[in-house]
Design a protein around this ligand. Structure first.
Ligand SMILES: [Zn+2]
Length: 388
């Protein structure tokens, strides 16, 4: 009861204020003056290492950030060469949480059940069935996982926020609120206007509303974005299962040249770097990779396109610039175990959550949400036990 009341109270300011303005809901809420607090926060080598290794290994980032001995000139505008912001370097690196594992007590953890699910599943393109088989929706599975995980984390003394507690959006806005913005981009092409307005709703506005919930909660030590991967069907008209099955974990980084050209994204990147979020994400990400591999035996997913950069030698941990892992103001791990449309997973995923064991492909398995929950708990312990 207490948590119901608390979550209702948290919703109130979000739906009444900024998130109900469609234009605001598409825009970054950060401003350059926030960098003033970070003079002396990091050394030159910490800064350059973070940019080269995590945030922009493939981009021409020095076009926007000119490193000098005592600090870095940062471009704050749409074009390089304008008057920028000079950030002074210091001696060290930001402090992340201590490496001595003493359990989850007192840790503040956000669980972000990926997508919305329920009646929104088809709209957000996270719903499929094979022939007359059962419907699998990523957003329903991630909510079941989050509910289980929240109970286990709270039992161990962690404070937990779910960014949604039902198969409903966190944002009060809907596609129709974005038709004007979508028309400004695609003019009279009604099919494209409709698709863009929908994406503005279920992706941009929804993720921004969740970021505001995290902020209203008072921030967190870690956010876990809970997802299950899937691959496009070879023939979307006739969906068929495939053999491939794999897993990966994502942290924020790998900004592309086009993304660095956006002043808002450049600022959001810097605010993460200067607080050392990537240090925490990398060590917890490595722990999570070990735990997922040990629990599932899944091989690493391989990105074909250049929008993700491998972090570890076996390419199980990747950096990628997604809206949620860029704007949630805390370290964020994105978990992508399994392919829901693989032969070994589909029926098991469709069974949803259940107690005890059921047989799939000749083996007795706990539910997918229960399995997910176990490796996340083991992964947190591994990650927090490692020296950053
Ligand atoms: Zn997903």
């Amino acid at each position: 009861m207490r948590s119901l009341l608390l979550s209702w109270l948290l919703w109130f300011p979000v739906s009444v204020f900024s998130a109900s303005d469609p234009v605001d809901a598409l825009r970054s809420q950060r401003n350059w003056e926030e960098l003033e607090a970070f003079h002396g926060a990091v050394s030159r080598s910490f800064f350059e290492n973070a940019m080269e290794r995590i945030y922009a290994p493939t981009a021409q980032w020095r076009k926007w950030m000119r490193v000098e001995e005592s600090g870095v000139w940062i471009e704050t505008g749409e074009l390089p060469g304008e008057q920028g912001f000079f950030l002074r370097f210091g001696e060290g690196s930001p402090v992340v949480s201590p490496s001595t594992w003493s359990g989850l007590r007192g840790l503040r953890i956000v669980l972000d059940p990926g997508h919305i699910g329920g009646t929104w599943g088809p709209l957000e393109e996270r719903s499929f069935a094979i022939g007359d088989g059962p419907v699998v929706q990523e957003g329903d599975l991630t909510l079941a996982i989050a509910r289980r995980l929240a109970a286990r984390l709270r039992e161990q003394g962690a404070e937990v926020l779910l960014t949604r507690e039902a198969a409903e959006p966190a944002t009060p806005l809907r596609s129709k609120d974005f038709w004007e913005e979508a028309r400004a981009k695609w003019a009279q092409d009604e099919v494209r206007v409709a698709a863009l307005a929908e994406r503005f709703f279920y992706r941009t506005a929804e993720i921004r509303a969740r970021a505001q919930l995290i902020e209203a909660w008072g921030g967190a030590d870690l956010a876990l974005a809970l997802h299950i991967n899937a691959s496009g069907f070879a023939d979307p008209e006739k969906p068929a299962l495939h053999e491939r099955n794999d897993a990966h974990v994502l942290i924020n980084g790998c900004y592309l040249d086009s993304e660095l050209a956006s002043p808002a994204q450049r600022l959001e990147l810097l605010l993460r770097l200067l607080q050392g979020y990537h240090v925490e994400e990398e060590r917890l990400g490595r722990g999570m990779v070990d735990s997922i591999r040990a629990a599932t035996g899944l091989p690493a997913y391989q990105y074909a396109a250049g929008n993700a950069c491998p972090i570890d030698a076996e390419q199980y941990l990747w950096s990628r610039n997604l809206l949620a892992n860029r704007i949630y103001d805390c370290p964020v791990l994105y978990l992508e175990p399994w392919q829901a449309n693989s032969k070994g997973v589909y029926e098991w995923a469709a069974a949803g959550d259940y107690e005890g064991l059921r047989e799939f492909h000749g083996e007795l398995r706990p539910s997918l949400p229960a399995t997910y929950c176990d490796f996340v708990l083991a992964g947190l312990e591994k990650g927090f036990s490692v020296e950053p």
